[in-house]
Design a protein around this ligand. Structure first.
Ligand code: HSE
Length: 429
């Protein structure tokens, strides 16, 4: 039976899960797959602050990456340290040494993919990243190995569990953003510094990977429009409820010919949409292929065992492809291909809520400002406040130009009858 030795870089949530799966399920994997996996080294920063030392034999732990690099028996290096450095340097050095790399690190991967793939191809090493998107959901392999017949025209997903938990709390329990975030932190879903999740960076890294793979064109993070969930208010959720929508932080990629748009932002979707039923910390990714039509994958997007499941799946895949590794199917250049036209003027439905003076002419002036920009209105709901002076008006547009809507809102904001543009949320049907 073929034997493969693995080195783990990092022994936190993901690394310890990988060790546990290999220890507990190694015999079954050997029986089913015909390969014997073992862990040869575990790299930790220092022994003093390592909380999981008791989970593996002491002899496996090292603080020296060079020890791993110079050990010829190590075939596969699993990077689950997170962050940029030293993960980036270790990945490059392992690939240059001809060792296959499996990573769960979406940030380092999305920021350095072309350099990593170049280094991998130069030595014939493998580079695998199933665990970077959607935790235990097998989305990368689905795109790579099961969607070859398709031109993927859309990828749309809930790919951040922390924000989905917060939005679920705001929807179902009427919590404020601040209270829902505190709950998420108390439950260990959100970090003490939640910026990467709540401002949409984590989803942006993952969308860069997903859309690059789906559209066979590199979509660096710089071309992705990003907006987080921190400005959402209780009134936004009341509006969504009124219109029978749910608010989700969606990562959206669309391709039409050579035109591609990639964006992460709070989005209203019909309450009946399959993604609307994805609650709490769960993730789901919705793909549309020209042949297969719609496919949705659902599961746990983070956590020790789900993420380790994806890592071990990559390890097994890498072992089976050791003679001829499979790389991603796009030209791996640092910037976006010049053949692609990046769409910044999105066309979608907009839900806009205004606080206005409740007096004659208000509606006419606002409607005129939309009309000037070619923005057609689909529905208008006016809810008067009890003071008889102000009212809240919610507009739902037909599919409209983002630039047109923004121009119209600039004009509307300047009208004396408008107290405030309270929110503008994009809608996907
Ligand atoms: N913080 C991420 C999430 C998990 O909440 O989904 C790791 O990407």
């Amino acid at each position: 039976m073929k034997q493969f030795q693995i080195a783990l870089l990092g022994f936190g949530t993901v690394g310890s899960g990988v060790y546990r799966i290999i220890s507990e399920n190694g015999a079954q994997i050997a029986h089913r797959e015909g390969i014997e996996l073992s862990v040869g080294h575990i790299l930790v920063r220092d022994f003093e602050h390592e909380p999981n030392l008791e989970l593996a034999p002491r002899a496996l732990f090292t603080t020296s990456f060079d020890e791993i690099l110079s050990d010829d028996s190590i075939n596969i290096v699993v990077e689950c340290m997170g962050g940029i450095e030293p993960a980036k340097t270790f990945i490059i050095r392992a690939l240059e040494a001809g060792k296959t790399v499996v990573t769960s690190n979406k940030e380092v991967m999305s920021k350095n993919w072309p350099a990593f793939e170049k280094a991998a191809k130069a030595t014939g090493a493998g580079l695998y990243l199933e665990a970077t998107v959607g935790g235990g959901i097998p989305i990368i392999r689905t795109i790579l190995d099961s969607m070859q017949a398709n031109n993927i025209t859309r990828v749309m997903g809930i790919i951040n569990g922390t924000t989905n938990y917060i939005l679920t709390q705001m929807t179902e329990n009427g919590q404020s953003f601040e209270d829902a975030l505190k709950d998420a932190q108390a439950l260990g879903y959100a970090e003490a510094n939640p910026t990467a999740d709540v401002e949409g960076y984590d989803a942006m890294y993952k969308l860069s990977i997903l859309s690059s793979m789906s559209f066979h064109a590199h979509m660096p993070i710089e071309v992705i429009y990003r907006e987080g969930i921190t400005k959402l208010t209780k009134a936004d959720f009341e509006t969504a409820q009124l219109l029978n929508y749910r608010i989700k932080l969606l990562a959206i990629g669309k391709k039409d010919g050579n035109k591609i748009e990639v964006r992460v932002h709070p989005t209203m979707i019909p309450a009946t949409h399959p993604l609307a039923s994805v609650r709490g910390v769960f993730n789901a990714i919705f793909l549309t292929g020209h042949a297969v039509d719609d496919v949705m994958l659902y599961g746990r997007g983070a956590g020790c065992m789900p993420t380790a499941s994806a890592v071990v799946s990559d390890i097994v895949y890498a072992c089976h492809h050791e003679k001829q590794h499979k790389y991603m199917t796009f030209v791996n250049e640092a910037s976006m291909s010049s053949e692609i036209e990046l769409v910044k003027d999105f066309h979608c439905i907009y839900c806009i809520r205004l606080n206005v003076a409740d007096r004659p002419g208000t509606m006419a002036n606002i409607a005129a400002a939309f009309a000037e920009q070619g923005v057609s209105l689909k529905s208008v709901i006016q809810l008067g406040e009890n003071d008889g002076v102000t009212s809240r008006i919610t507009f739902l547009t037909h599919a409209a130009s983002e630039f047109g809507v923004r121009e119209a809102l600039k004009k509307i904001e300047s009208l004396s009858c408008v107290n405030a543009v309270e929110s503008m949320i994009r809608v996907e049907e």
